[in-house]
Each structure stands twice: as structure tokens, then as C-alpha cells.
Design a protein around this ligand. Structure first.
Ligand code: TMP
Length: 213
């Protein structure tokens, strides 16, 4: 089973990833926690290019292909082998992030993105996508707080430096994707407390797991 977590900056995905792993292990299920971009040695190098705020000249099409390259490597090296071992794979961001960020927010043609996804994903689709949704000003304040406190390093701040309007397009892009595929997406109110968010996430995961037994 493949579960993906999506959301704008500051939606609290990292905290929830750890709690999901704890819950799945408690149910006796082996799981692999992973993320995009950067969960393979090659992906780490791609991530450094993508998130470095010094790379202001990176054009949207190059950005798109770098995310696709990271994903192809990630699928081949991490996701597909773990799924073949029968594990639950939980991924912090996946292909919906490309549609939201490079498509809706950067303005690249959605049909090009769909074509690239067809090549890279080869039909793989998440069984469940948890969208942690919250207002952009709240998310960005949290994300910029993490930068100021050193919880996230400055060398990864290229997207945090984007304007509010960019992040508004990301958020509404995600909401459009969720509306188009309500059976795959579960929208979680990320303004709730971390414990409440965990409860909502675990409820959705358990329902999906129980339905697949
Ligand atoms: P994060 O892993 O710390 O959330 O940072 C990843 C950043 O990359 C985040 O700002 C979202 C962005 N991103 C895209 O623009 N497109 C993608 O396909 C993915 C996976 C992430």
C-alpha cells in the first residue's frame, strides 16, 4: 500500500510522518517512510539544487525535470522494492506536489506534467493521499519560524522565499486535485492541534487498511 502526504509549506507533515510510522508498527505492519525530493543518495544531490535559494535562474521546465528525475530514482531504488516486500510505504510528497507547484503555481502546462507522470510512474497511484490543508499565511509563518529557529536550514529555503500568491496557487491547486479524486484524497484540517491531526490521519489510514483486508 502506498500512502502519500501533501500540503503547503508549514502544514506539519514531518511530525505526522513519525506518528504514522508508530501507528503502523503498532498494528504489526512493516513500513518504509520516505520523501521527495531527496530520499536516495542521487536524490539528495538533486534536492540540494532544487531547494538552494541561490539558484534563482532555475527555469520552471528544468525544475520540473529535476523533480521527475528524483522521482524516477526514488521509485526504482526505494518505493517499488518496498512495495514488492509487502510494506506500507508512506511518502512525504509525491507526484501531486509537481502538479500543484510546477503546474498550478509555476504555470507549466498540465498536459506536459501528466505526460511526464505517465512515463515516470508507469501506472503507480497512491492508495491514499492525505492533504494537510491550512491557510497560507499560517503555514508560511510556521515554515519561516522553522528557518529562523534553525529547525530547517537556510540552504533549503528557495520555496519559502516565493511570494504569498505563489503559495495560494499551490494550496488551491491541491484542493482542485482533491476535488477531482475524492476517493483517493482525504483532506485534513491542519489548523487543528497536532494530536487532532494525527487522529484524523490514523482514522483515514485504518479505514483504508481495513477495506483492503
Ligand atoms: P520539503 O521536502 O522540505 O517539503 O521541501 C520540498 C519542496 O519542494 C517544497 O517546497 C515543495 C517542493 N516540491 C515541488 O515543487 N515539486 C515536487 O514535485 C515536490 C516533490 C516538491
Amino acid at each position: 500500500m502506498l500512502i502519500t502526504l501533501e500540503g503547503i509549506e508549514g502544514s506539519g507533515k514531518s511530525t505526522q510522518m513519525r506518528r504514522i510510522a508508530h501507528h503502523l508498527n503498532g498494528r504489526g505492519l512493516a513500513c518504509t517512510l520516505t520523501r521527495e525530493p531527496g530520499d536516495t543518495p542521487i536524490g539528495k544531490k538533486i534536492r540540494a539544487v532544487l531547494l538552494d535559494p541561490a539558484n534563482k535562474e532555475l527555469v520552471p521546465m528544468a525544475e520540473l525535470f529535476l523533480y521527475a528525475a528524483d522521482r524516477a530514482q526514488h521509485l526504482g531504488e526505494r518505493v517499488i522494492p518496498a512495495l514488492r516486500r509487502g510494506e506500507v510505504v508512506v511518502c512525504d510528497r509525491f507526484f501531486d506536489a509537481t502538479t500543484a507547484y510546477q503546474g498550478y503555481a509555476r504555470g507549466l502546462d498540465l498536459s506536459i506534467i501528466t505526460k511526464i507522470h505517465g512515463m515516470v510512474l508507469e501506472g503507480l497511484r497512491p492508495d491514499l493521499t492525505l492533504l494537510l490543508d491550512l491557510p497560507v499565511d499560517v503555514g508560511l509563518a510556521r515554515a519561516r519560524g522553522a528557518l529562523a529557529s534553525g529547525d530547517r536550514c537556510e540552504s533549503e529555503s528557495r520555496f519559502e522565499e516565493e511570494a504569498l500568491a505563489f503559495h495560494e496557487r499551490v494550496r488551491s491547486g491541491y484542493l482542485s486535485l482533491a476535488k477531482a479524486e475524492p476517493e483517493r484524497f482525504c483532506i485534513v484540517d491542519a489548523t487543528s492541534t497536532p494530536d487532532e491531526v494525527t487522529q484524523a490521519i490514523i482514522g483515514a489510514i485504518d479505514a483504508r487498511l481495513d477495506a483492503s483486508l
